[in-house]
Design a protein around this ligand. Structure first.
Ligand SMILES: Nc1ncnc2c1ncn2[C@@H]1O[C@H](COP(=O)(O)OP(=O)(O)O)[C@@H](O)[C@H]1O
Ligand SMILES: [Mg+2]
Length: 285
């Protein structure tokens, strides 16, 4: 464990839940779901930070129609604080723009680790959820953000490629990193029946080959034209189409997640997150 271990871990401290959103396959709705979920949780009175961790295709700012002036690179250079980098979106949702290179984070100095910890610590009172929108694939960056998070949400669509990629992600996290609990969110489905069928398929395959894995159908989102229309308008669908079916379902997902208590949830996911972030989880195969 790094010297920068968060000594402030304190069971009485305000818990912050850290949730990684990933999928294996790209283009299945991770970014729209992360932002929608952030806004839905914010509408429930939660304080949210979204970490856009998709190195290649960072686009939370594009979905919001705002331009990120700075990224975490500016923080790494020591030129900006995290608070200066962050964009504030609708309902007070905060977004940390991408370019959070794992290598750079892994190689930062002890002084910078302390700086990262103290900045996040100072933020703790202003945060209920840290949602991490990860990249496609199951590369080191995606694995890294799943390991530093305390909860993992996997988005899946009813396509063989999405299902196999989601399974590959779950398998890698379970067999190589002993992470076994996942929220499953089927996206772009026709209804609850299709969502359940996708979930059961994934559960059955996992049950056969990955004995420790436990999946939880946390909700689902219907295919809804309101999403691409909102993307084109560069406005979150949650704001642009408040009564759309997809908006109702993202609200259900937010309620479901906000009522969950992650196992072993004491001092909070933020402390765990920071400890893991600065201690460089092993990513070897
Ligand atoms: N529930 C949905 N209904 C209709 N289209 C959707 C839905 N969710 C996502 N999309 C569309 O899928 C595309 C990819 O979504 P995005 O959130 O960028 O995926 P990812 O972050 O996984 O790459 C977007 O163009 C978006 O309009
Ligand atoms: Mg994305």
């Amino acid at each position: 464990m790094s010297e920068a271990k968060v000594a402030l871990a304190d069971a009485r401290a305000k818990p912050v839940r850290v949730v990684a959103v990933s999928s294996g396959k790209g283009g299945v709705g991770k970014s729209n779901i992360t932002l929608g979920l952030a806004l839905a949780l914010a509408s429930l009175g939660k304080k949210i930070l979204v970490w856009d961790a998709d190195l290649g295709l960072a686009n939370t700012d594009v979905l919001l129609g705002v331009r990120a002036q700075y990224t975490i690179h500016d923080w790494l250079k020591g030129e900006k604080t995290l608070r200066e980098i962050v964009i504030t979106g609708p309902l007070g949702v905060k977004i940390l723009p991408a370019a959070s290179g794992i290598l750079e984070l892994g190689e930062i100095s002890e002084a910078d680790k302390q700086r990262l910890i103290s900045e996040f610590e100072a933020w703790r009172e202003d945060l209920d959820f840290l949602l991490i929108d990860t990249a496609a694939g199951i590369g080191p960056n995606v694995i890294f953000f799943n390991l530093v998070s305390q909860e993992r949400l996997v988005v899946v669509t009813n396509e063989p490629t999405s299902l196999t990629d989601a399974y590959a992600l779950i398998k890698a996290l379970s067999t190589k990193h002993d992470q076994n609990q996942f929220y499953i969110v089927p996206n772009m489905v026709r209804g609850a029946k299709e969502a359940r069928a996708i979930f059961e398929l994934l559960s059955n395959v996992s049950g056969l080959y990955l004995s420790k894995v436990s999946l939880d159908l946390a909700g689902f989102l219907p295919f809804d034209e309101a999403v691409p229309a909102a993307v084109r308008a560069q406005k979150p669908f949650f704001i642009k189409s408040p009564d759309a079916p997809v908006t109702n379902k993202i609200k259900d997902l937010a309620v479901y997640l906000s009522q969950k208590t992650p196992p072993g949830f004491g001092g909070g996911g933020l402390v765990l997150f920071l400890n893991r972030l600065v201690s460089r989880p092993r990513l070897v195969d």
